[in-house]
Design a protein around this ligand. Structure first.
Ligand code: AHR
Length: 324
């Protein structure tokens, strides 16, 4: 079963895990390696901060490695962690494929690996668990919002995809397409990667605007994360159009900046992705180390829709100092 199918199956079992109470004395003093993708987005920065805070609170010695978006750097870091003999490894895998060998090496060394926020296309006995959202559901929630928003009106959508080959890019696309299927008035007319960054989101959106009659033909932009949406908002403004009104903006993450845009009337909807992947991961690791309890292979976090009706200024204030 590949990761896309697994996510679909797991959706019915989804558990909201935005916060997990942690009382795991057995993690005190452990050495845990963390191979992080990089710092492409505000959400990623928050995940890094939360993971470091959680580790510190638990007395874990966290060895942090920033892969700067490169899988080869992640593989090198994981091999380094194995050579050091760490007690466990956290990995946020930049893309889905190409992990079998290094995961098998960790397994051979009896080091549990826990995946954070993205999945891998590898046999699931090679890792202990994956803590992540149901990314198909995220895309579906965004698509269903748009379906409800436009009703029967014609709507040409441009899509800013995440990193090519990453599970959120694959699954958020699939979920959105599923939601708009059968609504022939809504069509994705252009789709390109913006690599989950603000700068590329802006650059690609500028191209979409040029290609679509100065933006006049675009009804909505669907961005696989908020950072690309924020970049797109700037491109829309630069083109003399009003984001949120002339072109609707729907995205995923729920970072403070998208709530600031929403409060200013420039964004319309976002789907929340908690940056607290480490909490559930450390809880699963603790139980596993205590008595061999095998966690679910997928620990699914909540995917909640936010719109301007949800007090965007309040949401901005609540999140702005959380490490985003
Ligand atoms: O894997 C999670 C995604 O990666 C987040 O939505 C995005 O912002 C990040 O870069």
């Amino acid at each position: 079963m590949n990761i896309i199918t697994k996510l679909a199956v797991a959706a019915s079992l989804a558990t909201a895990l935005t916060s997990v109470s942690i009382a795991q004395e057995n993690l005190q003093g452990l050495v845990v390696g963390f191979s992080q993708i990089g710092s492409e987005s505000g959400w990623r920065a928050a995940e890094t901060s939360v993971t470091k805070q959680q580790a510190e609170a638990l007395g874990i010695d966290l060895k942090f490695a920033d892969a700067q978006q490169k899988q080869e750097n992640q593989i090198k870091a994981i091999r380094g962690f194995i050579a050091q003999g760490v007690d466990a490894i956290l990995v946020a895998p930049v893309v889905a494929t190409g992990w079998d060998d290094v995961l098998a090496e960790a397994k051979e060394a009896e080091i549990p690996v826990l995946l954070l926020d993205r999945g891998v296309d590898a046999p699931d006995d090679l890792y202990l668990t994956a803590v992540m959202s149901d990314q198909i559901l995220e895309g579906r929630v965004a698509g269903e919002w748009l379906v409800g928003e436009v009703g029967d009106a014609d709507c040409k959508v441009v899509e800013l995809q995440g990193t090519v080959g990453s599970t959120p890019a694959i699954n958020r696309k699939a979920g959105f397409e599923e939601a708009i299927a059968g609504h022939d008035n809504i069509q994705i007319v252009r789709s390109q990667t913006g690599d989950f960054t603000r700068a590329k989101g802006k650059e690609v959106m500028e191209g979409f605007i040029k290609a679509e009659n100065g933006g006049a033909d675009i009804c909505a932009v669907y961005a696989h994360n908020d950072d690309m949406a924020v970049g797109a908002i700037q491109a829309i403004k630069d083109a003399g159009l009003k984001p949120g009104t002339d072109i609707k903006v729907v995205s995923i993450d729920a970072v403070p900046d998208i709530f600031a845009a929403m409060a200013a009337g420039e964004a319309n909807a976002t789907v929340e992705l908690t940056p607290d992947m480490a909490g559930p991961a450390f809880a699963a690791l603790s139980a596993y180390l205590a008595d061999g309890t095998e966690p679910e292979k997928l620990i699914i976090t909540e995917s909640k829709l936010y719109t301007p009706a949800d007090d965007p200024q309040g949401e901005y204030d609540r999140r702005k100092d959380l490490g985003y």
